[in-house]
Design a protein around this ligand. Sequence first.
Ligand code: KG4
Ligand code: ZN
Length: 355
Amino acid sequence: MQSTMPAFTETDLVLAIETSCDDTCASVVRGDSTVLSSVVSSQGIHAEYVGVVPELASREHARLVLPAVRQALDQAGCSLDDIAAFAATRGPGLIGCLLVGMATAKGLSLARNRPFVGINHIDGHLAAIRAERVFDPPYVALVASGGHTELMVARSDGTPAQVLGATRDDAAGEAFDKVAKLLGLGFPGGPVVDRLAKEGNPEAIGFPRAWLGLDRGRLDFDFSFSGLKTAVKLHVERHPLAEDEATRARQLADVCASFQEAVVDVLIGKMEAAARHHGIDRLLLAGGVACNSRLRARTTELAERLGGEAAYARPALCGDNAAMIGLVAVRRLRAGERDPLELPAVANLDDLVRV
Ligand code: KG4
Ligand code: ZN
């Protein structure tokens, strides 16, 4: 049956919802790059457990999602009547959490008789940069957060970005979070490790780098961070943190700097190998770990060495947010795509083809 829905235009507004993990997010976007509002309600409830508790997260999403939607509309200066389409993160993510955002967007779509699209969270991370500047393929992208670590290549021929490698165990952000936890630094761990590392010596402790054969010439773009996390744990057991505050601060700074350097060395090494293998000199960092100051500096330096350029979004758009979901939705809607309300949420999206 021919759709009676009108075409989606450049000035139409999308209301997007993102609930794949522990942030309840809503946003109103317009066109290819205009973010009119981006509300991120971080769920403080997980700090007590020093990690995300999935069942608690979905209940919190159910409590917070409508207030987040209302706030996003208010901040954008519009009402539901002005929204031309609704979008939600379809996956990957925690299934109970995804269902809350999907059900909300579908319900609004049904009630307002406006189109609905379900969006791939990873595509969202790649699109966040559009709010800052034009940065279209070709590029090699690293999407690194608490839930995923994917090295990808996006070509200029319009084909979907391809996953070259992913983590075999902990995600990069998860490694930061677990190391921060064992050092007693709280949750999430990335920002505090990043801050303490600035005072430390990155060469103080020789933590292992899991090259998975890349150092022996094998083109393996997968990652592994669980061995590194164990190495930090063993180090701290063998060299307990001192009681004296100044000594303790120095020890913590050195452990953080050395751990961070081990993570960044591997992320940069694999990005460089992928860029050289595919003959691409443009690099995109996305996901919460893209906020890391050392990773940003070394990605910029790598891009200069390759003779190309590096891009990363402002910190607020690197972490999970709904604006990035809206930016993907706009392009799909403008291409005439619509999803049925039966579209299921998917915890693992393996339609990102592995080479
Ligand atoms: O994308 P995001 O907000 O949510 C997930 O999908 O997980 O990423 C959050 C992750 C957390 O693991 C956090 O520790 C990490 O990103 N992160 C950082 C930094 N800021 C956030 N990791 C390293 N350095 C940072 N500055
Ligand atoms: Zn994410």
